[in-house]
Every structure is written in structure tokens, then in C-alpha cells.
Design a protein around this ligand. Structure first.
Ligand code: SAM
Length: 261
């Protein structure tokens, strides 16, 4: 496909998906976003994270003592939110397969968290797809912030926009499904899982969740009751999009629970 037609395919795909909403959504996606400062001590470095991402990490409902897996954790914004809920009690495995991004994750953890909170974090570099097999029923809470199309980033980066394709969206949704199945298997009975992406397409969001509900009958949806102003409820979760949610997002998140039996 030529570069020009890849760009046209992007606009065509989303204008069909969002209809009349697309022009306003498109403008809002070109904006600066809505970052909040995370700061956990006077000597710690601040970290700036979109408020929608903070919401996704908080919706996991982590408490001190939980055994938590952040399966795709780099560069680490959501790991910081989770660590701030554990407060140094329990454990957090912050995993990411990419060595470069893992270095950034390590830097963020070392520089933005107080030592006692850091002491329960283990940074690892496994393929997330392997957790279900090798760490079966091992975690009370899992965040799967999955690799996705990152449409806001694509839109604002000509080199990414030029290689965008609907085929890639489909390929990513298959990968997301495999990671979600692995996360479901690594969860203890009674445990909680949050699936999130920063993608716009339902193929990477609701559809991935719907498939796992069919494939893993022990998993069920757990509705997130309080959602940010302007966020949309979808069939399985919450979609925070910047045109209606004061510049926040895009973030999709859905919460699932595993039956206790
Ligand atoms: C959306 S980003 C995560 C952002 C992160 N949660 C945060 O809040 O900063 C997705 C991450 O998934 C990682 N990744 C992609 N495929 C993976 C896999 N199979 N196993 C583990 N990590 C993977 C990528 O390296 C990337 O850092």
C-alpha cells in the first residue's frame, strides 16, 4: 500500500466508526492531552500521566498486601499508581518484554518512588503470553495494559501514520486476546483483572474482552461503577475519549473477575 493510501485508510476507517463524532474527536486527539503530576515524596522525580491512565490503574482496586502483576508495564506510569496503593506491602511484578523500554521502567521506579515502596517491586522481561503457563493462578490482581494501535500517537507521528493499516489492528487484536488469556490463567480464583488499551477501535477493546468471556468461562465482567465525567460506557467497559472527557484519553478499560470456585 502507498503511504498516501495508508493515511486515507486511517481517516476512512475511523470516520466510518465514529460517524458524526469523528471531526470533533479528531481535533481533540491532536491536542496536548490532560496529564496530572504524580509525586510520591519531596526528593522523588515527578511523573506526568494522563488522568485516564491513572483511572485505568486505579480501577484495579489494589490494596496493601496484594500480589500484583503489571504484565506490560513500561515505561511505568501505571506501575507507579499500583505501587502507591501497595505502600510497600505485598508484591508487584512489573514486567515488559522490551529491553529498551524496561530500562526506562527501571529508571522511573528508582527515581519516582520512595525506597520502601520500591522494595516490593520486581522488574522482569518475560513474554506476557507465558505467564498463564508458568505462573498459573499466582496473582490476586493483574493489569494488562496491552500493546495497541496507539491511535493518538499514530495521528501525531507522520512515520507511524504512513504505515497504519486495518490489517495491523486485526493482528494486534489477536495478540491482545492471547495476552488476555494468559492473564486470566495467571489470576487466582476470586482475583481481579483490568484490561486496558489506548486504542480507538472496538476490535482492540470490547471485542477482545468478549472473546475471553467465551474462551474462559470462569471470567466475568465486573462493572466499574464510578467513571470520569464524559467517559462512554461500552458493552464491556469504559472508553475515555478526549472530545467528551476534557482532553483525557484515549483509554479503554474493562474489569473482570475470576470465579472463586
Ligand atoms: C501500552 S504499553 C504499556 C504502558 C505502561 N503500562 C505504562 O503505563 O507506562 C505496552 C507495552 O507492552 C510491551 N509488550 C508488548 N508485547 C509484549 C509481550 N508479549 N509481553 C510483555 N510485554 C509486551 C511493550 O514493550 C510496551 O512497553
Amino acid at each position: 500500500m502507498t503511504e498516501k493510501s495508508a493515511i486515507m485508510e486511517f481517516f476512512d476507517y475511523f470516520s466510518k466508526l465514529f460517524g458524526e463524532r469523528w471531526p470533533a474527536l479528531l481535533e481533540s486527539l491532536k491536542g496536548d492531552g490532560c496529564a496530572t503530576e504524580l509525586r510520591f515524596g519531596e526528593v522523588q522525580e515527578p511523573y506526568f500521566l494522563d488522568e485516564a491512565s491513572v483511572f485505568a490503574a486505579e480501577s484495579l482496586g489494589v490494596s496493601p498486601g496484594d500480589r500484583v502483576l503489571d504484565m506490560c508495564a513500561a515505561p511505568g506510569g501505571k506501575t507507579l499508581v499500583i505501587a502507591s496503593k501497595l505502600k510497600g506491602e505485598g508484591s508487584l511484578q512489573s514486567n515488559d518484554r522490551s529491553p529498551d523500554r524496561r530500562l526506562r521502567l527501571q529508571h522511573v521506579i528508582e527515581n519516582s518512588l520512595p525506597e520502601r515502596w520500591r522494595s516490593v517491586i520486581n522488574v522482569t522481561g518475560y513474554d506476557g503470553m507465558k505467564f498463564g503457563l508458568h505462573r498459573k493462578e499466582s496473582f490476586d490482581k493483574i493489569l494488562l495494559d496491552a500493546p495497541c494501535s496507539s491511535d493518538r500517537h499514530v495521528l501525531n507521528s507522520p512515520s507511524h501514520l504512513e504505515v497504519w493499516s486495518a490489517k495491523r489492528v486485526k493482528r494486534l487484536s489477536v495478540e491482545q486476546g492471547a495476552l488476555l488469556a494468559s492473564a486470566a490463567d495467571a489470576l487466582v480464583p476470586g482475583g481481579t483483572l483490568v484490561y486496558s488499551t489506548c486504542a480507538l477501535s472496538p476490535l482492540e477493546n470490547d471485542d477482545v474482552v468478549k472473546k475471553i468471556l467465551k474462551k474462559r468461562p470462569a471470567m466475568r465482567l465486573d462493572e466499574i461503577t464510578e467513571i470520569p465525567e464524559g467517559a462512554d460506557r461500552t458493552e464491556c467497559g469504559v472508553h475515555i475519549l478526549p472530545d467528551r472527557a476534557a482532553g483525557r484519553g484515549p483509554i479503554f478499560c474493562a474489569r473482570l473477575k475470576k470465579s472463586a470456585e
